[in-house]
Design a protein around this ligand. Sequence first.
Ligand code: AMP
Length: 416
Amino acid sequence: MKFSDMKISDKTLKSLETLNYIQPTEVQEKVIPLLLENKEVVVRSQTGTGKTAAFGIGVIEEIAKNKNKKSLILAPTRELAIQITKELRAIASNHRLRIFVVYGGEDIGRQFHMLKMGYDIVVATPGRLLDHFRRGTIDLSSFNIIVLDEADRMLDMGFIDDINTILDHVNLERKVLMFSATINEDIKRISKNYMMEPVMVEIGNMAPVASIEEKYIKLNRHEKFGALIDIIRQEPFSRIIIFVATQRAAEYVGDKLAFGKINAGYLHGGLRQNKREKIVRDFREGRFRILVATDVAARGLHVDEVSHIINYDEANDADTHTHRIGRTGRMGKAGKAITFVELDRVERGPRGFSRSGPGRGNFSRGGGRGGPSHRSGGGGRRPETRDRRYATHSAPRTGEKKKNPYEHIGEKVSKD
Ligand code: AMP
């Protein structure tokens, strides 16, 4: 099937051609026709499968035909909101639609001004959108097509009350479209409370995800940086994202790479918004090809040609692991995910982990293939989830030498 076989307007088809989207992906093939028939959908699909364009095309087609309709798209992070906005603007480039993004960390006055000018589509993170709602700078009842993107992630991030409040105030004559990597009880509850008769769409683990080769390396904590350097020096790569557990670890590893004359950037939630945007842009444009990041970057970061994911610090849970490694292997390209498994962590019981550890015996020895993989049908799930508790530590004072965050087993760390 081609996009031109669907009932999509010539204006949209033209921009899809410019974007070089010829063949719809599975999620697009299944979801777009339903949206064109005005159906509500709950879609289980991973990132990297083309879901943004799936709802994007549906929403744009409907609004282009009915100028009195407006759409609200909710996303968990500002990075994802910005990316969605970019893609929607590209798809809508031949229509005259006003598409704005609203997220925390940016001057609210500027957003207020923008909203006052009028809009057709608003992409927003829930917290900032509610800020506008409470200040009376946005009329939620103006929205009649609502998209919840990465709904499970928004719930994980504690946005459930915000989402309920928003859905309670949007137009009564509305349509809700929900996209989520996992469908759990909370997701089902939202769909039961706010949707009429949604069509459930299941997207299998597609080629983009299945093409990730996973490898686990067991080592001691102090060996991690050396192992990282070995990988960087020995593996041919296009781009690498290195995931770490804390903001301080991101800076520490980033700085240490830079000290070793390895061109790398770091990204975490403690950086100013414009700095974060610049880092993502520089990484995307290839000004550096190694990015050290906390989980703030684990979802929704669309950078093509990420050949390697390195879990320098393991993810806290299976879903985060899945989303981290989903940054590679996008749109069918091969990717490799390497996870460092700390041997000394289990024995020493660091950072609130249970001493029994996560069943290490299930991991392949010596870093071979065969760790939990998407292909197993387990969605990349780790053998078991551990309970890691966080507390805040005081930030280093200016001028103070940065401490090695890997030196103090059992120290308290800040959550990103
Ligand atoms: P998403 O799942 O929305 O994060 O999309 C992943 C990537 O696939 C994005 O970089 C899109 O630009 C790209 N993409 C989406 N649909 C298509 C398509 N039909 N053909 C080629 N690339 C696509």
